[in-house]
Design a protein around this ligand. Structure first.
Ligand code: HEM
Ligand code: FES
Length: 353
């Protein structure tokens, strides 16, 4: 929702976020490399950096993958989500540095081009113990590059949200490739046991978090009742919706955010046009439904962003009767104005599109 694209719209929050991120990464690399040097004083600087940067990238990738489900489980994690893309780009930069140091250390000493050597030095594709695990890291790096290069809103707008989203779901393919990269790499040196235990804990954390968040959302999705006469569905009591907040319900397989504000009730699709953020977890601020992820805004009655912005989400017809909120599960085209239902109005009021 910007009038024109800027390389990055810096603000104070972003600077603080990035400063913490940079400090955290620098501290991790320094502590990891320092501890490695103390325990293996004969290790080269390149080896220490390869390990510190590789594990740093992989740990940060775990954080990136955890932020989404954590926010589903507890809204206090939302500040982490605000600039998650900066974390993703940092993962790529750390991984790139790790890959470059590895190629310099292991492939630059011979008479072949180091990159050709990386691709061809180990052809034992059928051996588990000797598998060319670096190629798995290289493939993951390719995916991380694609995601970092297209992370800006410019690409989101030009590729369209569904294609951008599918592209960024490749992060799970990258994660699987990296699990194999580290596992098969471990088979080729003597630090396998500790590494395997940490890897298993990391996988259990990521998988467990996604499972718990998914089960919780499925539980919420099951709540919607069967349609009543006229096709409207009784979704909740008016009193169940806090002022300027929403209740999210699942109607015909789609999540709908039902907002209550200033004595009125309106219903919109729950999916923000920016990156599918959960609108129903946002608030009505200055008369606009405000996405909790990056602050895109929509007018509650029309689902359209206020001018000059052009984003639009589908709306739903709403009624309030006997203190209950009833919603027509058939979505209106994005941006269609629907008269809000008035709290306390006689039954049947405020339902025309
Ligand atoms: C061109 C791409 C890559 C190459 C050539 C490469 C190469 C290597 C090598 C040679 C090792 C063994 C290092 C050692 O044990 O001393 C290694 C380990 C590792 N790599 Fe990569 N890698 C690449 C991409 C990646 C990426 C994209 C990530 C993560 C985002 C990653 C994460 C790791 C991790 C966590 C380890 C284990 C480090 C340890 O246990 O100390 N690698 N990689
Ligand atoms: S997802 Fe970014 S503002 Fe809604």
């Amino acid at each position: 929702m910007s009038v024109q694209y800027k390389a990055i719209g810096w603000n104070r929050q972003k600077r603080i976020y990035d400063a913490w991120l940079a400090a955290g990464v620098a501290l991790y690399v320094a502590i990891f490399a320092g501890a490695g040097w103390l325990s293996h004083p004969d290790a080269t600087v390149e080896t220490l950096l390869i390990r510190a940067l590789g594990t740093g990238a992989f740990v940060l990738l775990h954080v990136v993958l955890s932020v989404g489900p954590l926010c589903r489980l507890d809204l206090r994690f939302l500040p982490l989500l605000y600039n998650r893309r900066h974390m993703g780009v940092t993962v790529f930069l750390l991984a790139l540095a790790h890959g470059i140091f590895s190629v310099v250390q292991f492939h630059a000493g011979g008479d072949r081009n180091p990159f050709v050597s990386l691709l061809t030095a180990n052809p034992r594709l059928l051996s588990l113990g000797q598998f060319p695990f670096e190629l798995l890291g290289l493939s993951a790096l390719g995916i991380l590059f694609l995601m970092a290069a297209t992370s800006h809103d410019f690409w989101l707008a030009n590729l369209t949200a569904p294609i951008w989203k599918s592209l960024h779901m490749l992060v799970y393919v990258a994660y699987a490739l990296l699990v194999l990269h580290v596992t098969l790499g471990s088979l080729q040196d003597d630090r396998g046991l500790v590494r395997s235990a940490l890897l298993a804990a990391g996988m259990a954390w990521v998988f467990g978090l996604h499972l718990v968040a998914g089960l919780r959302e499925r539980g919420a999705d099951r709540d919607a009742a069967a349609p009543e006469a006229g096709g409207f569905v009784d979704v909740c009591a008016v009193a169940d919706i806090p002022e300027c907040r929403a209740r999210v319900v699942c109607l015909s397989g789609e999540r709908v955010a039902v907002f209550r504000y200033g004595g009125k009730v309106s219903a919109l699709s729950n999916a923000c046009q920016h990156q599918n953020g959960p609108l129903g977890e946002g608030r009505v601020i200055d008369g606009c439904v405000t996405c909790p992820w990056h602050g895109y805004q929509y007018l509650p009655d029309s689902g359209a962003s206020p001018p000059p912005f052009t984003e639009r989400v589908p709306t739903f017809r709403v009624r309030v009767a006997g203190g209950r909120v009833l919603v027509d599960p058939r979505p209106n085209p994005p941006g269609t104005r629907v008269e809000p239902a008035v709290v306390g109005a006689p039954a049947g009021g405020g339902a025309h599109a």
